[in-house]
Every structure is written in structure tokens, then in C-alpha cells.
Ligand binder design. Structure first.
Ligand code: ADP
Ligand code: ZN
Ligand code: ZN
Length: 743
């Protein structure tokens, strides 16, 4: 049999959990067939696209059953071999269908088999010679050329041919002449600089001693190393990324920076642009499919040197990789929460290791997993303990909310401090992790609560769409269902139900009454739905258009608002008694991140944390000794309770519209796991903490193991069995390895 055509193993775009084997297409030279090339293949009666993962001698199935590939799409591998290997590894680690893993790696058109062509968008920009020529007199016949030069002088970021045409008419001839004279040149890359943030100090600052140590450790590392850059907010972590990136670019290598959300990082971008004299390539879900494809191919060709992207950018091919950075590494958005549930942070570390390059995980509030790796010495721990500007860290106070009459979460203490800070000309930032008007609508007479029956959860009260009335409609935050607000209690008909508790809208409303002269900015998902509104709002906040800022998570992440001197967490209690094992960690991170917004610029900030549990030992520890001590105490708790990072866990989730099916399926799965005689602990099945969602009943089974090896020794055969079983067909099920939460 040896010597005949190879067997082609393909990851096929489908939910299948195996690779499929094919024969070469008739008429192709075997040498043209390489792993990483896309192919068109038959699948049942239809035709689909797949990627060759390997060439084999022996097929999985009988040779006689093999069908030939229909066509080879790529002559040269689209995916370099390290990305193919990464995808194969990720499919096995996350126990996810390989075809879907490959699909997550490729931008849409390429996934569907589009040719791997780049049409490079570019801008014309003035060269130094061109700028010099402008001061000379250009002769009469060159008047059109002069117009182009003037237009480009006024737009240092450059203008596309279309933009030039729009203002000057047909100018292709003068452009050609100017290019030949070397007075203008093309600059490739996406147009990412709509909002030009003026940046103070495009010249690098003198590094602090801590920064110098960190930079030199990164600089002198050889090959793979994971650095935890553990620095309080404002300690100059971004400066260290910049130095490491510049270092990488100077060696002619590529640097990839992962951020939680592009829209929330305009300042990071502005600083990169101000200091790095190279085009910046963005890769995130806000781009059009075409832009994504271009960016992807730019990365794959090596032309894109500096790439900033969100989660999925971790899979970009980098032929010349030199550095990876994960900013705000603790952020839960690095973990995909549905479908292919990967952690971009963990994959970044895996990739850096296999590429033999450094990776920097930066945070003021590192995740407990990362911190533990630093403690055991697997990661190199770089600490920046002081703010780079020398301003003292903010003073944090707990506000005891017991027996306090607070309208819309605004305690008298908070209002007093707000008045003082506002009259001093500072901005005030308030954090409340609930959007809408109120989280609950309740009947005062009988206790009835308006619930979404599809989710068995209270509806949130929202103002009506043009905000003419504050109590406009009910919305379910889990399934999106909307309902009118009843005027009369449907249970007792004795009273009109009332909104209980406060979302950002209600707080904004109350603030306006307390501070009629202040301008208030609300930053949450409802207020920033339209594209561009968030960026605009953030710019206006920095420019000082608003005195009071009220918002959700969106407002707490990474921003640099120079004028905020007072920040407050309006209700810290939401995270104190949650059943989720990560709730404590999240609460600590949130408080520290909110606190980090205060007093970044001129003077020491003040932070108020409102709670009904001022004696809670963990809160006290966080506030008196800081995140490091708090996190170590949490690690102690995790170790005693056997939670990650001291164990490894996976969740098997199931849902169905019939109430008993998920539990029945999971009980069956549990029996199967026991039969496989594993060393893992099986906890459950139990109804999920949110046991109903969008009309479906949900349950889960937790698998806990003392090591990744033990965990995967069970998962591999078990998930395989489940996927092929009958009970699995009656429910929607999924497996979540290293889940971000157990909710
Ligand atoms: P982080 O990313 O840790 O929050 P940044 O890098 O944003 O911190 O730095 C916070 C502020 O301090 C920024 O305004 C930055 O320009 C400034 N900064 C950073 N390093 C220095 C330094 N060595 N000397 C003076 N200012 C610095
Ligand atoms: Zn009632
Ligand atoms: Zn619902």
C-alpha cells in the first residue's frame, strides 16, 4: 500500500468531533497537497470547506469508503504549521469539534473558501521631501500637485485616493507625478485613527526604578518566558509594553497585543500611535469581514508588525513573532463564553511557549491562576508597586450603609463628599453594575414580583425609549424579552407594583435632582449602543464636559480620566455572597479597578465603597492591605476548598425545554464517567444557578481533578462517548474546560 496516494486528514466545517479522511483529488500532483491548505470536500450529500491537518498513510476508516477531495483551494498553505498544530491542540484541550475551532481561527470569507487575496487599503501621506517642497514655489503647471500636497499637509494621518478625489476632483495624474518625485508615499494599514487623541509627552518619560528593572528583565530574557507584570493602576505598565514592543519591532519582529475590548482602549491606541512610528493593525469584531480578512492576511504575510486585537486575535498567524502582550489579563472577556470556549490568555501563553518568545500578562489585579503561577515561579513576577507619576494611591473608605436612608444608593456621606469634590472642580465617578431603571418590580401589597417566565428571573425596569417616563417597560436581561409595566398588580389587584433598587438610569435621575447644575454622563450598554457613541462619550469625559460619571463595568476598565478625584462603588454587596467560586476575586478586582480611576493625575484620589457588611473580613483586608494580600487570602481559601488553581475543573452543561431531561442526561453521563474509572471528582448533577433561561431548563455536572492530566484522561474518552450517545441527542449540551464561572 505504501507509495500510493496519501490519505488526507481534514478538519471539516461541521459540528463533527472527528477529523475526516479523504483521497487526493484526481489529477493533482501529490506534492501540491500540504497541511494548512483549504479544500472543498464532500460531506454526506453536501459540499463543504475544510482544512488539511495532516497527511497519513492509514485512514481511520476502510479505504474503500474514502472519497476524493473535490478541489484544492490553496496552492500554498494558508495556515502555517504552528497554527494548524495550535488548532489541533486547542480542539483536543477544549474538547471541541475541530472544524469549529478552525472556523474560529479564520475570518468569515476565508472560512467559506474565498481566495486568500489582499487588496491593500492605503493612504497617501506627505514625505519629508514633500513637506520641504511645499515651502518652495511650485510653478504654474504644478498647481494641482500643490493642492494635493496642501491637502496631505493638513491631514498628517494621510488621505485615501477616494478622499482626495472627493475634495479635489480627479487627481490621479498629479498623484503619479508626486509619487515619482518622492514627495508623497503610500502608507498601508487600516484607517483606525478616526479620533485623534492628543497625547501629552510623545517623548518617553524617564523610567522609574521599578520600570527599569521590568524592562531589562524582559529585554534580557531568551526564548520563552511568561512575565506577570503586576502593577498598581497608573504604575506605568503601558510604558513597559511600549518599550518591549519597540524592542521587538527594532529586531524586525511582530508583536501582538491582546486587549479586552477595543472600544474601551482609545488611550492605549493613541499612546501606541504617538510613540510607535509604524502602522498599527487592528483585529476585532467591530471590523467588516473585508477588513478582518485584510488584517488577517497582513499578519499572515508578516507585513503587519504591530497588531492590537481582542480575544480571537490570539489565533492570528505570525510568521515572525517576537512578543505577545495580554493587557488586563484578569479580564473575563478573554474567555469565550459560548461555542468554542477557549481562554485567549491561556492560549497566548501556550503559543509563546511553542514559539519560544516572551509573553507579558499585565494587570493591576492579576487573576488567581496567574498569580499562583508567579508564586510557584513558573512565571516571572515583575512588580510595579508605585504610581509612575509619584501621586499617592487613592484613600479607600468603607461606607456603612446599615440604617442609612439612601435614595438611589446615594448615601449622605457620598453626597457630602461629592459636593466637596465638585466644588473643587474635580470629576466624580460612580460605579453601579446594573443598567436600566431598577432591577425589580414588586407589589408592595402582596409581594408579587414581575418575572420573565422564560428565565424564572425578575425583569429589569427600563425607561421608555425616548425616556419620557422612567418606568417604561420591563426587559429580561437574560433572554431579551420585553413586556409592559402593569398598572395594577396581576396577583392581588390591590396596588400598583413599584420599582425596587437602583440601576444606572435611576441613579442618574436622582443625581440630576441633587446636582441640578452638574452635567452627568451615563456610560452603560444602553447609552452607548450606537456605533461611535462610546468613543465620543469617553473623549468628552476626558475633555471635562461632564462633572459626574455614572456607569457599569464599561466605566471601570482601564480608563485614564485625569480629572476624577472621587470614585465610588455604590453597592459592593452584590459580589459578597454569591455562590460562584470566583465571586470574591471578581469583587476585589472591580473595587480596585474602580479605585484606580481616582486621582491619577494631579493629586491623591478618594474612593468610597458602600456596603451593608463593613465588617466583612475580606473587604477589610482588601482595603487595608491591598489586592496582593487579598488575593493571597483568597488563594488560601481556594486551596482549602479544592478550587482552581489548586485543582482543574470542567463543567458539563445541559439544557432542554423539558424540565427533567437535562438532569436525566447528566445523571447518565455521571454513570458513564464512573464506569470509565477516573480519578476525578464528580459534583452533581445539579440544576444550574440560573435554572431556567429563555424557556429552557438547565443543569450542570462539575468535574474536578487534581491535575490537568487526570482531568483530560477522563474528558477525552468520556466526551467522545457522550457525543455518540442517544441521551445526548435529547438535550443541548456543552463542555466548558477551565470555566470562567460556574453559573
Ligand atoms: P498603567 O498602564 O500601569 O495604568 P500607565 O502606563 O498608563 O500606567 O501610566 C500612568 C501615567 O503615568 C500615564 O500618564 C503615563 O504617561 C505616566 N508615566 C508612566 N511612566 C512614567 C514615568 N516613568 N515617569 C513619569 N510618568 C510616567
Ligand atoms: Zn399584589
Ligand atoms: Zn428571559
Amino acid at each position: 500500500m505504501i507509495g500510493r496516494s496519501p490519505i488526507i486528514r481534514v478538519a471539516v466545517a461541521s459540528p463533527l468531533r472527528t477529523y475526516l479522511d479523504y483521497l487526493p483529488p484526481t489529477g493533482y500532483a501529490n506534492t501540491a497537497i500540504q497541511p494548512g491548505c483549504r479544500v472543498r470536500v464532500p460531506l454526506g450529500r453536501r459540499e463543504t470547506v475544510g482544512i488539511i491537518v495532516s497527511l497519513e498513510e492509514r485512514p481511520h476508516v476502510e479505504h474503500a469508503k474514502l472519497r476524493p477531495i473535490i478541489a484544492l483551494i490553496d496552492e500554498q498553505p494558508l495556515l502555517p504549521s504552528d497554527i494548524t498544530q495550535l488548532a489541533v491542540w486547542a480542539a483536543s484541550y477544549y474538547h471541541h469539534p475541530p472544524g469549529e475551532v478552525f472556523a474560529a481561527i479564520l475570518p468569515g470569507p476565508l472560512r467559506q473558501g474565498a481566495p486568500a487575496e489582499r487588496r491593500l487599503p492605503f493612504h497617501w501621506v506627505l514625505t519629508p521631501n514633500g513637506a520641504a517642497a511645499l515651502t518652495e514655489q511650485l510653478g504654474g503647471r504644478a498647481i494641482r500637485q500643490r493642492d494635493v500636497l496642501l491637502a496631505l499637509r493638513d491631514h498628517p494621518q494621510g488621505l485615501t485616493p477616494a478622499q482626495l478625489r472627493a475634495t479635489l476632483g480627479e487627481v490621479s495624474d498629479p498623484i503619479r507625478r508626486l509619487e515619482r518625485r518622492g514627495w508623497i508615499q503610500r502608507r498601508h494599514g487600516q484607517d483606525v485613527s478616526q479620533s485623534e487623541d492628543p497625547v501629552s509627552g510623545a517623548t518617553p518619560p524617564d523610567l522609574t526604578a521599578d520600570q527599569l528593572t521590568a524592562v531589562s528583565e524582559i529585554h534580557s530574557s531568551v526564548g520563552y518566558c511568561t512575565f506577570l507584570l503586576d502593577g498598581v493602576t497608573g504604575s506605568g505598565k503601558t510604558e513597559i509594553y511600549l518599550q518591549a514592543i519597540l524592542d521587538t519591532l527594532a529586531q524586525g519582529k511582530q508583536a501582538l497585543v491582546l486587549v479586552p475590548e477595543i472600544g474601551l482602549t482609545p488611550q492605549l491606541m493613541a499612546r501606541f500611535r504617538a510613540r510607535i512610528d509604524q502602522p498599527l493593525t487592528l483585529y476585532h469584531s467591530g471590523l467588516t469581514e473585508k477588513q478582518r480578512q485584510t488584517a488577517w492576511l497582513d499578519a499572515q504575510s508578516g507585513d503587519a508588525r504591530l497588531i492590537v486585537g481582542t480575544r480571537s486575535a490570539v489565533f492570528l498567524p505570525l510568521p515572525n513573532a517576537g512578543l505577545m502582550v495580554v493587557d488586563e489579563e484578569h479580564d473575563p472577556s478573554f474567555k469565550q463564553q459560548d461555542g468554542f470556549r477557549y481562554s485567549a490568555r491561556d492560549i497566548a501563553v501556550w503559543r509563546a511557549k511553542s514559539l519560544g518568545i516572551p509573553v507579558i500578562l499585565g494587570s493591576a489585579t492579576p487573576s488567581l491562576e496567574t498569580l499562583q503561577n508567579a508564586i510557584t515561579g513558573r512565571y516571572s513576577h515583575l512588580k510595579l508597586s508605585k504610581r509612575a507619576t509619584g501621586i499617592a494611591p487613592p484613600k479607600v473608605h468603607l461606607v456603612d450603609m446599615r440604617h442609612v436612608r439612601a435614595q438611589a444608593q446615594l448615601s449622605p456621606t457620598l453626597l457630602t463628599r461629592m459636593r466637596e469634590h465638585l466644588s473643587d472642580g474635580g470629576q466624580v465617578l460612580l460605579f453601579q453594575n446594573r443598567r436600566g431603571f431598577a432591577p425589580i418590580l414588586r407589589c408592595h401589597a402582596c409581594g408579587w414580583i414581575a418575572e420573565c417566565e422564560r428565565c424564572a428571573s425578575p425583569y429589569t425596569v427600563h425607561p421608555d425609549r425616548d425616556q419620557a417616563t422612567m418606568v417604561g417597560e420591563l426587559r429580561c436581561h437574560h433572554c431579551g424579552k420585553r413586556a409592559p409595566v402593569p398598572t395594577d398588580c396581576p396577583a392581588c389587584h390591590d396596588a400598583a407594583p413599584e420599582p425596587i433598587g437602583s440601576g444606572t438610569v435611576r441613579i442618574e435621575d436622582a443625581l440630576q435632582q441633587h446636582f441640578p447644575n452638574a452635567r452627568i454622563a451615563r456610560v452603560d450598554r444602553d447609552a452607548t449602543q450606537r456605533k461611535g457613541t462610546l468613543e465620543k462619550l469617553l473623549t468628552e469625559i476626558r475633555a471635562g464636559h461632564y462633572q459626574i460619571l455614572i456607569g457599569t463595568q464599561m466605566l471601570a476598565k482601564g480608563h485614564h480620566f485625569p480629572n476624577v478625584n472621587l470614585a465610588a462603588v455604590l453597592d459592593a454587596d452584590q459580589g459578597l455572597y454569591s455562590t460562584d467560586f470566583r465571586a470574591g476575586e471578581r469583587l476585589g478586582q472591580l473595587i480596585v479597578q474602580v479605585a484606580g480611576r481616582a486621582g491619577r493625575h494631579a493629586r491623591q484620589g478618594e474612593v468610597l465603597v458602600q456596603t451593608h457588611h463593613p465588617d466583612h473580613p475580606m473587604l477589610g483586608l482588601l482595603i487595608e492591605q491591598g489586592y496582593g494580600a487579598f488575593a493571597r487570602a483568597l488563594l488560601g481559601e481556594r486551596e482549602r476548598a479544592g478550587w482552581p488553581p489548586f485543582t482543574r475543573i470542567a463543567l458539563l452543561r445541559a439544557e432542554a425545554s423539558q424540565a427533567e431531561l437535562p438532569m436525566a442526561f447528566l445523571s447518565w453521563a455521571r454513570q458513564e464517567a464512573i464506569r470509565l474509572d477516573s480519578q476525578c471528582l464528580l459534583l452533581g448533577p445539579v440544576p444550574a444557578p440560573m435554572h431556567r433561561r429563555a424557556g429552557r431548563y438547565r443543569a450542570q455536572l462539575l468535574v474536578q481533578a487534581d491535575s490537568p492530566g487526570t482531568l483530560h484522561a477522563l474528558l477525552t474518552p468520556w466526551i467522545h462517548r457522550i457525543a455518540e450517545s442517544k441521551p445526548a441527542r435529547q438535550v443541548r449540551w456543552s463542555v466548558d474546560v477551565d470555566p470562567c464561572d460556574t453559573l
